[in-house]
Design a protein around this ligand. Structure first.
Ligand code: 4AD
Ligand code: MG
Length: 477
């Protein structure tokens, strides 16, 4: 095993020690300069080859994409840009790379082209930076909850319940789908199925997390969730990762406070841990903006946006307040919204959320107390009987990044909500039990990991912040 990485060598500085490093060639110039990257950081290390004393057969095999092992001395760099470089003693070719057919050429590729080559795109600077940011954010999330005394729990991926009640689930079955699997009423006979009942991939671990919070106090899940919604947008995935904390004895106010503190903590942590990657992504965005018309450019750079979220308090408004602002807004009056805001009770679309955040308040916004009709069955009903204790956090460029609520802990109220919405009560027997045996006020929320990464990297398509995206008509790799 090699304990040296490009990152550690660059950090160490020139000291003439003998080192060896394994990685992939980014570029090979003048038969002399290999720029080598091993994924440990965005920078590559320059390796200077003594070409007169190196086998020409080996030299001819070195090009972009070749994997090599390089042994040599870590010395002061003669060139500009970095402190140290490797004076190469020996090169071993680990894996050749056919330069003619290798898709990742040393030039700028379109994001679409890279999506089609998702198995290789992590070798580009942009994608390796995004994946390092993803990894750091995930780690910071665990760190935050550990510091706050939460327990990490794992909720089932295969489940019988539709937590969100939106019916957007992928079925899990071992039945052959043909006429033989139908019963006399021409319905699929799930009694015959693996679990003896209808099952799906989970859309949320919340309901099970509630059960665990009722004994552990404060818990969180961090796992994959699946939604068969046919929305081919830049913010939706069919498989995404969600972080769902659930806290006994928390009300909506406590919930909003925790969510804001949590987001600020993980972004702060990212800025400390991933400086170089963020600087690289920041510059990437500046360069991308240059090719856009002035009115479509970002007002704030990526780094300024991250800083902005840390420094500003999120604006909290009720749904009704947000509704009034939107109803009286210029784009609504001038019929610029695709979905006009007419009557109280409508669900806000991404265009409305972004108007509130980007144009009106110019900061992250938390909307709470939504109409009961547009929210899930488990949210706590307010005194007005029209609204529920829901909250959504909206971010610039993204729209909704967090959705959460105080849960309905009163058995009778919960039961009547379940009946109103025609949900099968018997499927939720265990969830109702939680309200029968020592029920307490409790709250939680869900943060979409990929939406957070979109914000943290300045990327604009959610397909570019998960290694292998699953979207309608696309499940390659
Ligand atoms: O608002 P949602 O649907 O809330 C829940 O699932 C609750 N059970 C959470 C809870 O209270 N424990 O989803 C939560 C978040 C959204 O705000 C969004 O960030 C993300 O999950 N999300 C998606 N991300 C990517 N692709 C999709 N199709 C997403 N759907 C939701
Ligand atoms: Mg939501």
């Amino acid at each position: 095993m090699n304990n040296f990485t490009v990152k550690s060598l660059l950090k160490e500085g020139p000291n003439s020690q003998k080192v060896f490093i394994e990685g992939w060639v980014k570029t090979f110039r003048a038969n002399r300069f290999i720029s080598l990257n091993d994924g440990s950081c965005s920078e590559s290390i320059q390796c200077v080859v003594d070409f007169q004393n190196t086998n020409s057969k080996i030299l001819s095999k070195i090009n972009t994409g070749t994997s090599v092992k390089i042994e040599g001395l870590l010395v002061e760099s003669q060139g500009k840009g970095q402190k140290s470089e490797i004076k190469v003693g020996k090169i071993t070719i680990l894996g050749e790379c056919d330069m003619d057919s290798y898709p990742i050429q040393p030039k700028k590729h379109s994001l679409q082209f890279l999506r089609e080559n998702a198995h290789l795109r992590v070798r580009t600077n942009t994608f390796s930076s995004i994946m390092r940011v993803r990894s750091n954010l995930s780690f910071a999330i665990h760190k935050y909850f550990k510091e706050k005394g939460f327990f990490y729990v794992n909720t089932p991926i295969i489940t019988g319940s539709d937590a969100e009640g939106a019916g957007e689930m992928f079925k899990v079955t071992t039945l052959e789908i043909n006429k033989d699997s139908l019963n006399q009423k021409n319905e699929v006979n799930y009694d015959e199925d693996f679990f003896g009942k209808e099952t799906n991939l989970t859309v949320s671990g919340q309901l099970e997390a509630e059960s665990l919070a009722m004994g552990l106090g404060k818990v969180y899940t961090f796992g994959p969730t699946f939604r068969a919604e046919n929305s081919n947008t830049s913010r939706h995935l069919a498989e995404f990762w969600m972080i769902e904390p659930e806290m006994a004895f928390y009300d909506l106010e406590d919930n909003m406070e925790l969510a804001e503190d949590f987001i600020k903590y993980i972004i702060k942590d990212l800025i400390n841990e991933c400086k170089e990657d963020l600087e690289f992504l920041n510059q990437r965005l500046i360069d991308e903006d240059k090719s856009k018309p002035i009115n479509e450019r970002n007002e704030l750079s990526l780094l300024d946006r991250l800083d902005f979220v840390i420094k500003n308090n999120f604006k909290r408004i009720t749904y009704s307040e947000a509704f009034e602002i939107l109803k009286n807004s210029k784009p609504n009056k001038k019929k610029k919204f695709k979905f006009p805001i007419l009557e109280w009770g409508v669900d806000f679309q991404s265009e409305h959320e972004r108007y509130l955040v980007e144009k009106h308040f110019k900061k992250p916004v938390i909307i709470y107390n939504y109409p009961a009709k547009i929210k899930a069955f488990y949210m706590r009903l307010n005194e007005d009987k029209k609204t529920v204790k829901a909250m959504d956090i909206l971010f610039p460029g993204i729209g909704e990044i967090v959705g959460g609520s105080q849960r309905e802990e009163r058995l009778d109220v919960l039961k009547s909500r379940i009946q109103e919405l025609n949900i099968e009560e018997k499927e939720l027997w265990w969830y109702l039990d939680l309200r029968k045996y020592g029920t307490v006020k409790h709250s939680g929320f869900g943060l979409g990991l990929e939406r957070l990464i979109l914000f943290a990297t300045g990327m604009s398509n959610i397909r570019d912040v998960i290694p292998f995206p699953r979207t309608p008509k696309s499940a390659e790799f």
